[in-house]
Design a binder for this molecule. Structure first.
Ligand code: NAP
Length: 252
């Protein structure tokens, strides 16, 4: 995840980027050789940074932060660690200038969506900078309360997996209708990719759905099942509620 944001930031060429990574990959070393990042700088150089992005797994966060604490206490911190609350980040980092964000998988291809919560101690400039960093991976928005990040986790954080499962179900149904497995998969995959492209252009799923649904036609017959009682909407509502509950429990 950190690497994906870093690639977006390198491409933007807008910031000086200092990267701390004890086991740097060949790709990271190549960026350092090309002068696009400074890899594992000494702590004095880091003291000049305005904001630190924390992108380690939640389990290793305390040990990763401990040596940096004297520096972090003088800068803003943007954490993408899932489930690590602002209060804990404030204690670990020694600063109240915290922004906590939840990105999603599509950051890998610059098409992610992140939502961020800015703690009271974060300045306006910190928030602008954090959003600008998150936008190196796609879109980014602010939520007004920290607990809303659990809902964001359940919707856009876990959402790519729900969507992949919908494609699996479509491919399976295609096979049931007699299509060969490889073609079934191709039809399902490309249907999602094409629909996602159209949605990215228009932003209005209901309008797109209506456009392809002629009265009395085949799509309408299918949608009558999908949108009927016990159809997709109540199922997705239950899915998101279960994920949100899990996100809340994990963050306790
Ligand atoms: N993946 C997602 O879709 C997603 C979505 C939302 C939020 N997140 C959050 O993003 C964070 C990163 O997740 P990920 O999936 O990208 O994990 P990851 O692939 O394991 O990346 C973590 C990186 O941190 C490095 N690291 C480990 N210890 C370190 C230390 N002491 N100092 C500096 N770097 C260190 C790791 O290096 P080594 O590999 O050498 O250990 C690795 O490159 C997590 O907190 C996760 O909750 C992920």
């Amino acid at each position: 995840m950190g690497g994906a944001f870093l690639r977006g930031l390198v491409a933007r060429d807008e910031f000086s980027l200092l990267v701390i990574e004890p086991r740097a990959s060949p790709a990271l070393k190549a960026l350092a050789r090309a002068g696009q990042i400074i890899l594992n700088p000494d702590l004095a150089a880091m003291g000049l940074a305005r904001l630190a992005v924390i992108a380690v797994k939640p389990q290793v966060l305390p040990e990763a932060i401990a040596p940096l604490r004297p520096l972090l206490s003088h800068m803003a911190v943007l954490s993408i660690a899932a489930g690590v609350r602002v209060k804990r980040l404030e204690d670990l980092c020694g600063t109240r200038r915290i922004i906590r964000a939840m990105p999603n998988l599509a950051v890998e291809i610059g098409m992610g969506i992140s939502a961020a919560y800015a703690a009271r101690g974060a300045t306006r400039a910190d928030v602008v900078l954090a959003l600008s960093i998150l936008r190196a991976g796609g879109k980014a928005e602010i939520v007004a309360r920290e607990d809303l990040l659990d809902a964001v986790t359940a919707v856009s954080g876990s959402g790519p997996a729900y969507t992949f499962h919908l494609v699996e179900a479509l491919a399976e149904a295609a096979q049931k209708e007699g299509l060969p497995p490889a073609l079934a998969r191709l039809l399902a995959n490309e249907t999602l990719a094409g629909a996602a492209g159209l949605l990215a252009r228009s932003g209005d799923p209901a309008h797109l759905r209506e456009q392809v649904t002629s009265p009395g036609g085949t799509t309408e017959a299918g949608l009558r099942v999908l949108m009927g009682r016990g159809g997709l909407t109540p199922l997705v509502r239950k899915t998101v509620a279960a994920a949100r509950k899990r996100a809340r429990d994990l963050g306790r």
